[in-house]
Design a protein around this ligand. Structure first.
Ligand code: RIB
Ligand code: CA
Length: 322
C-alpha cells in the first residue's frame, strides 16, 4: 500500500545536526523534501547555504532546491556558533566555497509562502525567515499544515545561558512573532528531549564499521562536535538536536508532551528564554505543544536504520529496539 508522503520544507542553519536532520529526511520514504531554506545561525547564511548543498551532494539529492534566506535577526546582531560547529559550520569538513555555488537560489521567503499549501514546516534554526514570511503574507504562511520547531527549553538548562536555547536566543523577537501569528499549535522539540539524543562513541564506532561515504561523512562532521561537547558539558559524544525534530514528523509516537502557552523573554539577563506557562498564570491561549519525554532508543534506531538500512541487524543489536 503506497504511503502518502508528507511534503516538508526544512528551514535550517547547517550546522552539524542540521546536516543529520536533512540526511534523515532524504532517506525516509514517508517524506518528500520540497525544498530547503537557510538562515544565518550556527554560521553565516551563505555558509549555511553552501553546507546544505554539500549535504545534498553527499546524499545524492542535488535535485532539492536550496534558497538563501535572512542573514541577521530582526533586532539583535547575529551571534554565530563556530565554537560548536566549526568555522565551516560542518566541523572540520571544509566545503569548497565555489563548488555548486550556482545552485543556491534567492528568495527563501517567497519560496516558503508559495509552497505552504499541503506542506509541513520543519524549523531547526533561528526563526528569522518565518517571521519575515508572516510579515509579508500571514494568510499564506498559515497554510502550513504544521510547524515542528527544534528550539527552546522548558525545564532543561539552556545552552546559550542558564535559561536560553540557541535557536530561540539568536532571535527571540522572530520566535514571538511566529508563536503569535501561526494559527495552530507549534510542536516545540526543545532541549528537554533533544539532550537525551546523544550520538555516543559506540554509535560513532558503528559508523566506522559501516564504512560508507555517508557514514564516513557523519563520522567526520561530528568529530568537532564531540570535542565541543566534552569541553563544554563533559558529555561523552554529541547531542544531535535537529534530527529528533525531523524524526518526530515521521513518527510522533516517539515523544510526548503537553499543550501550553509560550512567551519569549525579549531583553535582560534572561533574553531568549522560552517561558512555558504550565500553571496558566496568565490565562493566555495555548500556542505550543512542549515535548518532555522521548524514547531515545526508538529515535536513534530510526536515524541509523533509515540511513544504513543494509545494517539493520547490527543496528538493532548495538542500538537496541524500543
Ligand atoms: O540549540 C541547538 C540548536 O541550535 C540546533 O538547531 C543547532 O543546529 C543550533 O542551530
Ligand atoms: Ca540548527
Amino acid at each position: 500500500m503506497q504511503v502518502k508522503k508528507k511534503r516538508i520544507i526544512i528551514d535550517c542553519d547547517p550546522g552539524i545536526d542540521d546536516a543529520l536532520a536533512i540526511l534523515l529526511a532524504i532517506n525516509s520514504p514517508e517524506i518528500e523534501v520540497v525544498g530547503i531554506t537557510v538562515v544565518g545561525g550556527n554560521v553565516d547564511a551563505m555558509k549555511c547555504a553552501m553546507n546544505a548543498i554539500k549535504v545534498l551532494e553527499v546524499g545524492d539529492r542535488l535535485d532539492i532546491p536550496v534558497y538563501l534566506g535572512e542573514s541577521k535577526p530582526l533586532v539583535r546582531d547575529l551571534v554565530t556558533a563556530e565554537e560548536t560547529h566549526g568555522k565551516s559550520g560542518l566541523g572540520s569538513v571544509l566545503v569548497e566555497r565555489n563548488k555548486n555555488h550556482d545552485l543556491i537560489r534567492e528568495g527563501a521567503i517567497d519560496f516558503l509562502l508559495e509552497n505552504s499549501e499541503n506542506t509541513h514546516l520543519l524549523t531547526i534554526g533561528p526563526m528569522i525567515n518565518l517571521a519575515k514570511a508572516i510579515e509579508k503574507d500571514k494568510v499564506k504562511f498559515n497554510r502550513f499544515l504544521s510547524i515542528t520547531s527544534m528550539g527552546g527549553t522548558f525545564r532543561s538548562n539552556g545552552n546559550c545561558s542558564q535559561v536560553a536555547e540557541f535557536n530561540y536566543w539568536v532571535d527571540p523577537h522572530a520566535v514571538q512573532i511566529v508563536y503569535d501569528n501561526y494559527d495552530k499549535l507549534i510542536t516545540m522539540v526543545g532541549l528537554d528531549v533533544t539532550r537525551k539524543c546523544v550520538l555516543t562513541p559506540t554509535h560513532r564506532q558503528l559508523l566506522k564499521f559501516i564504512d560508507t561515504k555517508l557514514s564516513r561523512f557523519i563520522y567526520d562532521i561530528t568529530e568537532f562536535y564531540v570535542d565541543f561537547h566534552w569541553d563544554q558539558e563533559r558529555t561523552m559524544g554529541c547531542v544531535i538536536n535537529d534530527p529528533l525534530a525531523m524524526a518526530y514528523i515521521i513518527d510522533d509516537t516517539m515523544a510526548t508532551g503537553f499543550s501550553s502557552n509560550l512567551e519569549m523573554v525579549l531583553d535582560g539577563n534572561a533574553i531568549g528564554q522560552s517561558m512555558i506557562d504550565i500553571q496558566g498564570f496568565y490565562k493566555r491561549e495555548n500556542n505550543v505543544v512542549v515535548l518532555t519525554k522521548v524514547d531515545e532508543i526508538k529515535f536513534m534506531n530510526m536515524f541509523f536504520s533509515r540511513l544504513f538500512s543494509k545494517h539493520k541487524k547490527d543496528i538493532d543489536i548495538i542500538i537496541g529496539k524500543s
